[in-house]
Design a protein around this ligand. Structure first.
Ligand SMILES: [Zn+2]
Ligand SMILES: [Zn+2]
Length: 195
């Protein structure tokens, strides 16, 4: 692996600059030179700003694929920023990705955000556990969910991700909790009847 973790913050003094930029964060709190957000005004090379912390990605003291994925998924801002930077033309409906790999549905883009297969898989699994499963995403990506009438898959997914991020749309843990409470209530009712 030839990428680097970079930071504008001084080593040993936290990551205040990185904490407030749109780049996906590495587990050490720095950003990766191969995975910068184009709208960041701190890290992309054209801004010519001084990097004060740096280590090769494969020597990151915090590296773990699932830990990395968890960091991207605590809130959806990194995922939203990544999806915003994708081309409208790179989105597709009906299948995860095209045979030539040039167009993707949401999960294809999410997988790519990982930068390698292991992290791509962790991101995908983590997203399904923490936010929304494929059966929740596909109808929105493909435009068959009437709550998201935006004209393109990218716009529909971004609207949904923002709703998930603010809590306007229910995420998987909340739905599971409600399901559990429902079954518990059903059981109680059954119990009451048999007494
Ligand atoms: Zn940045
Ligand atoms: Zn690192």
């Amino acid at each position: 692996m030839s990428s680097y973790h970079l930071g504008r913050s001084w080593p040993g003094h936290g990551t205040p600059v990185e904490d407030n930029c749109p780049c996906p964060k590495m587990p050490c709190g720095l950003v990766e030179d191969t995975n910068l957000h184009p709208d960041c005004d701190q890290h992309p090379f054209q801004h010519a700003k001084t990097m004060r912390s740096m280590h090769p990605a494969d020597q990151c003291p915090e590296i773990s694929d699932s830990g990395w994925a968890d960091l991207q998924l605590r809130k959806l801002d990194p995922v939203i920023a990544y999806m915003e930077a994708t081309d409208e033309d790179a989105w597709r409906v009906d299948t995860v990705r095209s045979a030539d790999g040039t167009t993707n549905c949401f999960f294809g883009h999410l997988f790519n955000m990982g930068g390698n297969d292991a992290r791509g898989n962790e991101l995908w699994n983590g997203f399904e556990n923490l936010w929304a499963s494929t059966y929740m995403i596909y109808p929105i990506n493909d435009g068959t969910d009437s709550r998201y009438p935006q004209p393109t898959p990218k716009q529909r997914i971004l609207a949904y991700l923002r709703d998930l991020n603010t809590g306007a749309a229910k995420a998987v843990p909340q739905l599971m909790e409600e399901e559990f409470a429902y079954h518990l209530a059903q059981e109680k009712e059954m119990g009451a009847r048999t007494i």
